[in-house]
Design a protein around this ligand. Structure first.
Ligand SMILES: NC(=O)CC[C@H](N)C(=O)O
Length: 372
């Protein structure tokens, strides 16, 4: 197997062997703590331009199948694992993870130091990085490679949603009888999300990220949804403008992850970059109204900065922080108190992840019902 290097912008270098395609790739290095669900992780468009390191030591055991992808392709910029499975064993498997990475040109590295890497990122934070594998990519030597990593673009200020969004609108029909029309703005949407709505009787019109409030309202939707997505929410002013138009029109609104950050910005709140973010499927989130704790799926590197000591004023009336993360206290949900609009920073669609928060899709249906 050919040698590979993972080079971090602060000069830390990890040695390993090539996994997946050989060559080079640049991105923000982040870690994911999920013990399962690598295929959903790899295909989540929110990971665009990120190199994802898995803390679970053995990856690829169940191969890849045609049912679990969350989008049409592997979306991560690069992949870091400790030990790839040599055998893919599962009744649904159609191939191995190594060949899927290779076929889609995704450069990865298998290296013994994933634990040291995770501890490093925990202390120093997510940062620019690159994987170089094979003799050609490694030829310039570590110093020259590090220089190139330092010159690569940062995640801060990156507008990536428009690059992963659908270019054409499409419709997911309602399962078992249509009850609601939903306009879902695709900022990097995972395929399970509109599916969760469709199984609750929503006809889901998935719209490009560049859709304006007029485009959205032209559908006459019962409710509007803004999806998860990659990049820095402070660089997506177009989505904030569209959402403001939707809120001005009084439409019921639900947002997930990037959608929560856009909602926060539409309410006039700032967003900021977390040191190393939350990526995994066992994050404890508390609903501050009921006190109930959900174990939930996460993938975010940014968060909304909002007062957690009680309701606050916004251009749309009073709002409150509805959910907080019990690990670090960060804002995990927002809601308006006088209008039907709410959002969460985590992933009730649960692909992969626990289904504790599935009731949020029911809540979306309830606010659409209540607004009729
Ligand atoms: N999953 C998401 O929607 C991620 C949102 C945003 N890109 C972040 O990293 O915080």
């Amino acid at each position: 197997m050919n040698p590979a290097l993972l080079v971090l912008e602060d000069g830390r270098v990890f040695h390993g062997v090539a996994y997946g395609a050989e060559g080079e790739t640049f991105g923000e290095i982040v870690f994911n703590t999920g013990m399962t669900g690598y295929q959903e992780t790899l295909t989540d468009p929110s990971y665009a331009r990120q190199i994802v390191a898995m803390t679970a030591p053995h990856i690829g055991n169940t191969g890849v199948n045609d049912e679990d992808p969350e989008s049409r392709r592997i979306q991560v910029a690069g992949y870091v694992v400790r030990e790839p499975a040599r055998v893919a064993s599962n009744w649904r498997a159609t191939g191995s993870l190594g060949s899927a990475l290779r076929d889609q040109g995704v450069v990865g590295i298998a290296m013994p130091g994933t634990r040291a890497l995770t501890r490093h990122l925990r202390d120093k934070g997510a940062m620019r990085a690159a994987i170089f594998s094979g003799p050609e990519a490694l030829a310039p030597g570590e110093e020259a490679l590090l220089e190139r990593v330092r010159k690569s673009p940062s995640m801060e200020g990156a507008d990536l949603a428009q690059h992963v969004s659908t270019s054409e609108a499409y419709v997911l029909p309602a399962h078992g009888g249509k009850r609601y029309t939903v306009a879902a703005v695709d900022l990097g949407i995972k395929s399970m999300t509109p599916y969760r709505m469709s199984e609750r009787g929503c006809e889901v019109h998935v719209l490009p990220a560049s859709s304006t409030a007029e485009d959205i309202l032209a559908l006459g939707p019962d409710g509007v949804f803004f999806s998860n997505g990659p990049g820095d929410p402070s660089a997506a002013g177009y989505a904030v403008d569209a959402l403001r138009g939707v809120l001005d029109a009084g439409k019921p609104f639900f947002g997930i992850c990037f959608g929560n950050q856009i909602f926060g910005r539409a309410l006039g709140l700032p967003t900021y970059k977390l040191r190393f973010g939350h990526r995994g499927i066992n994050q404890p989130v508390q609903d501050r109204t009921t006190g109930k704790v959900d174990v939930s799926a996460h993938n975010h590197g940014f968060a909304v900065d909002a007062p957690t000591d009680g309701p606050f004023d916004t251009p749309y009336g009073r709002a409150e922080v509805s959910h907080v993360n019990l690990n670090d206290g960060c804002v995990e949900g927002l809601r308006l108190l006088e209008r039907p609009a709410f959002s969460v920073q985590y992933h009730p669609e649960a692909a992969a992840g626990p289904h504790d928060a599935a009731g949020l899709f029911d809540r979306f249906c309830e606010i659409m019902e209540g607004s009729r």
